[in-house]
Design a protein around this ligand. Structure first.
Ligand code: ZN
Length: 445
């Protein structure tokens, strides 16, 4: 299969007349300034690498928009109580339906792969399904229906706080010891799934367990951890461990390029610079972080340190990669009272955001993707120029897709060499929608 793109975003920027060979789901070759050949599929508009979604909890979509009232949680911690109530009602069947719908909508929003930070492992009373990977396999089944590439990050969750408090109520479903989590990831990997490790947080994974899990898993895939999302968590970490979460991890775990530090909202400049030197990816989830009143990550500090970042849909209230990048940039502008911050004084903001988030996201997903280059997965998104950017250089069209259109800009989307979205419609739209609505009716009792 050959694609012929009028313009494609390659490593050095937009290139005209690009011919792309695709074989077995991968990009087999890229030729710039090429002539079209008979049989080539013409791609009008602009071809971009697909965006990885590096952080999601699929089941949380089931209460999207349902916590925006007095009883819906006045801060992160009371919002978490709402989330626990939803988590208690999820079954493997409903989780599969939710994930299928989520994957479909993420594809329509320009995402082509998904790292699911999975901690909803067990039955509501904490007993294990048979096998214990049943829920993980349900998530994989849902992602497969949508066609979105999945990295299953298997959660470790042992304690209810830095003091080692026992898990209570809704947390019992999440309980997963270090050895169990590593074994589950190994079983899933043996069955062909792409896996990683999800250390829930320093408050839920005691230091000894964290070291045990990392030592047993290291080298087998990406390792993700929630860090410094809330000021109260940072203060508790200092009280219990003698350091804020990011600094503690840097001193006590072998952080390297396989790690993804999710949120890092309240990381300090020195922590950000030190994290950047490790090659770890900072996982930013601007919409969820805004929704939960987390705060604003200091992106300019990370860029100044040549650090890596990607974006995640997290609680899944927003499912559009273009909108997520817009909020990321806008939150920095509001804080700094300046414009075009992510471009860091060099080129177009849209391209800087898209390329950086694609590369960081692919690394965090453990997927050979994130660029249009030979040997990488054929994960591709097509956008069309807005009327305002028509006739200008392609960089203006990508800027406009992010900053000038409130609706999704993704027109056609391919993941793993398969066109899944055409003209904004997913190929399995109707059946997935129907199953999702049925699932929601069983959850909202
Ligand atoms: Zn999360």
């Amino acid at each position: 299969m050959f694609l012929y793109a009028d313009h494609a975003l390659l490593d050095g920027g937009f290139a005209p007349r690009v011919r792309i060979a695709i074989s077995d789901g991968n990009i087999a070759g890229v030729t710039e300034d090429a002539a079209p050949q008979p049989g080539d599929e013409h791609v009008p508009g602009l071809l971009l690498p697909g965006m990885p979604d590096l952080h999601s909890h699929a089941f949380q979509r089931a209460f999207a928009g349902l916590s925006e009232f007095d009883g819906g949680g006045g801060d992160f911690w009371s919002w978490r109580d709402c989330m626990y109530r939803t988590a208690a009602r999820i079954t493997p069947e409903t989780c599969a339906a939710i994930t299928a719908w989520l994957g479909k909508e993420l594809l329509k929003g320009g995402y082509t792969s998904l790292a699911e930070f999975h901690y909803l492992h067990h039955r509501p009373d904490g007993t294990h399904y048979e096998p214990s990977t049943t829920m993980a396999r349900a998530i994989a089944g849902g992602a497969g229906q949508a066609g979105i590439a999945l990295t299953l990050l298997v959660g470790i969750y042992e304690a209810g706080g830095f003091d080692g408090a026992p898990l209570i109520g809704g947390q019992n479903r999440f309980c997963n010891k270090a050895a169990d989590g590593v074994a589950m990831a190994g079983a899933l990997r043996a069955d062909g799934f792409s896996t990683g490790l999800a250390l829930h947080s320093l408050r839920a994974v005691p230091p000894a367990s964290l070291r045990q899990a990392v030592a047993a898993f290291a080298g087998a895939g990406p390792i993700h951890v929630h860090v410094a999302e809330q000021r109260a968590e940072v203060e508790a970490s200092i009280a219990a461990l003698g350091a804020p979460p990011v600094a503690w991890l840097l001193d006590n775990a072998d952080i390297d390029a396989s790690w993804c530090l999710v949120h890092a909202t309240h990381a300090t400049d020195p922590e950000i610079a030190a994290a950047a030197r490790t090659g770890a990816v900072i996982g930013l989830c601007p919409t969820t972080e805004a929704d939960l009143g987390d705060g604003i990550f200091d992106l300019p500090s990370l860029l100044a340190a040549s650090g890596h970042f990607g974006i995640g849909s997290d609680s899944n209230v927003a499912l559009d990669a273009f909108a997520e990048l817009r909020l990321l940039e806008y939150s920095q502008r509001l804080r700094r009272e300046k414009r075009n911050i992510s471009a860091a004084g060099d080129g177009h903001t849209g391209r800087a955001l898209w390329q950086a988030a694609c590369r960081g996201g692919a690394r965090a997903c453990g997927r050979a993707a994130g660029r249009i280059a030979a040997g990488l997965c054929a994960d591709l998104v097509v956008i069309e120029p807005t009327p305002e950017s028509e006739g200008r250089s392609p960089d203006f069209s990508l800027d406009a897709a992010i900053f000038a259109d409130p609706r999704s800009a993704a027109r056609h989307v391919m993941a793993g060499g398969v066109w899944l979205v055409r003209d904004g419609v997913h190929r399995n739209e109707v059946a997935i929608d129907a199953a999702y609505r049925r699932a929601l009716r069983t959850i909202s009792t």
